[in-house]
Write a protein that binds this ligand. Sequence first.
Ligand SMILES: O=P(O)(O)OC[C@H](O)CO
Ligand SMILES: [Mg+2]
Length: 239
Amino acid sequence: MPTTTVTHVIFDMDGLLLDTEKFYTMVQENILAKHGKTFDWSLKAKMMGKKAIEAARVFIQETGLTDIMTPEGFLIEREAMLRDLFPTSELMPGVETLIKHLHANKVPICIATGTQKFHFGLKTQKHKEIFSFMHHIVTGDDPEVKNGKPSPDIFLAAANRFEGGGSIHPTKFLVFEDAPSGVAAAKNAGMWAVMVPDPRLDVSHHKGADQVLNSLTDFNPADWGLPPFPRPFINIPSI
Ligand SMILES: O=P(O)(O)OC[C@H](O)CO
Ligand SMILES: [Mg+2]
C-alpha cells in the first residue's frame, strides 16, 4: 500500500456500506432455479457493481436464457422480488464508526453507486442519519454516468461534485469498493481503491486494489493520511 495522503473519500454502496448483495444473490438464485439453472460466484463477480441493465445483460448472456427472457424482463421480475427486501437493508460492519469519524473530522465524503435513485431511497430509509453525512450521492441512473463501472464515469462525476472537485488531483481520492468492476472503475479514474470483498469472491478478483480488507472494521484512516481514530481511552486509576 503506497504511503500517500488522500483528502476526499468516495464510498460504493451495495455490498460495501449496505448488506444488500445477499438480496441480489438470493433473488437471482430463485429466478435461475425456475429454469433448472444455478447461480454462482463467478457470475456474481461479473454482475456486481454494474448498472442494472448492464448486469442484466451479463446475467442473460452467461446463463443462456436469451431465448427465454430479455434483460429488461429479467429486471422487472428481479425488482418485484427485491422491492420488499431493500427497506430491510442493514449497514455493513464498521460503516457507522468510519462515516461518523470522517464526518466529525470534516473529511469530504460521498457515495457513487450503480444502483438507481429510486432503489437508493428504498435501501437507505432505515439509515437516514448516516447517509445525511454524505456531501452528495451519484446513482447509476445519473445523466453524467454514461457507462457503469468499470468505466470511470461515476467516480469522475462524484469527484467533480465536491467543492473545487474539478481541480483536485485524482490521487487525492480514496474509493471504497466491494466489487471487481468498482475497483477497476476507481483505478480507471486514477484514484486509490480499498477493496472490502465478500469472502466468497475468488482472490483473483482482488487484483488492482491498493489495499484489501476483510472488513471496514480493519481500516486505519492514518494509513492514508486521514485523521486517525481517537486512541482508546484507558482509565488508569491513580495509585
Ligand atoms: O455496488 P453498487 O453500490 O455500485 O451497486 C451496484 C448494484 O446495484 C448491485 O450490484
Ligand atoms: Mg458494491
